[in-house]
Ligand binder design. Sequence first.
Ligand SMILES: CC(C)(COP(=O)(O)OP(=O)(O)OC[C@H]1O[C@@H](n2cnc3c(N)ncnc32)[C@H](O)[C@@H]1O)[C@@H](O)C(=O)NCCC(=O)NCCS
Ligand SMILES: Nc1ncnc2c1ncn2[C@@H]1O[C@H](COP(=O)(O)OP(=O)(O)OP(=O)(O)O)[C@@H](O)[C@H]1O
Length: 247
Amino acid sequence: MLIIGLTGGIATGKSTVSKYFREGGIPVIDADQIAREILQPGERPYRKVVEHFGREILQPDGVQIDRQKLGAIIFNDPEKRRALNGITHPAVRRRMLTQILKYYISGYRACVLDVPLLIESRLDKYCSKIVVVDCDRDTQVQRLMARDGISYENAQSRINAQLPMEEKKRYATRVIDNNEDKTRTAQQVEEVIKNWMPSQFSTWGLLVAPVAIIAGAASLWVAGKNLFGGWTLSVGSSWLAASLFIN
Ligand SMILES: CC(C)(COP(=O)(O)OP(=O)(O)OC[C@H]1O[C@@H](n2cnc3c(N)ncnc32)[C@H](O)[C@@H]1O)[C@@H](O)C(=O)NCCC(=O)NCCS
Ligand SMILES: Nc1ncnc2c1ncn2[C@@H]1O[C@H](COP(=O)(O)OP(=O)(O)OP(=O)(O)O)[C@@H](O)[C@H]1O
């Protein structure tokens, strides 16, 4: 299975690019979405975050986390940001792994991991390819302020909480330029899908190969007991397994 890591700076356009991958038939695992789920009441990371940051980060209902308040704390303080990451990231990673397995078992040929902090948290090493979504800093600031309704200073501190784009781009297999209109961005994603998608044969190979290997081993055992036909079966199964894997 091809695992494509998708990253970029805040508001450079990862969700926009994700949408085009989904439209191209490739499932996307969204780390921001998972991070939201684990901060719901009842989840263990929720409890730890409230314990660590205190009840003042809760909304007036005294239950839900006020994301704006928590954001204001962690985007302006590297130490507190590290503490939050230390609580949330292991749980996010576990859920991402479960989702990857789900897609693998369902026979998908590829999936995208949409992770803003892919490079910072060293998840890039588990990806076969890395897509970095880029736009110039002024555009990024403008889009972030417009989308989240935040001030120029707030936008700057959120951008500065991440690795600079120049650094992220060094890890890219492919940079998607998201400075122009969305149609141009969609075309770049289409190109990526066309160039990178593994053949249907190789996906089936990954699913069928373990069965073929077991069949090969079993027939070797039978062949040891005699039967010319058994050898034929074992060689045939092993060849099938090898060829599916190699693909
Ligand atoms: C601080 C929180 C509550 C702010 O919530 P808010 O709804 O305002 O923002 P949202 O979750 O939509 O994130 C928006 C963007 O902020 C950036 N961002 C989020 N968390 C971090 C972080 N810890 N460090 C740097 N950038 C971050 C990402 O680019 C993300 O796409 C929230 O982002 C959070 O829980 N962050 C910790 C979990 C995390 O690291 N998530 C990132 C993916 S693993
Ligand atoms: N090519 C584009 N032209 C105009 N607006 C765009 C373009 N790409 C994205 N946007 C807008 O910019 C904003 C940020 O884009 P998006 O939400 O995709 O970024 P993101 O990288 O996923 O952000 P985050 O890091 O916060 O998750 C959104 O309002 C989106 O509609």
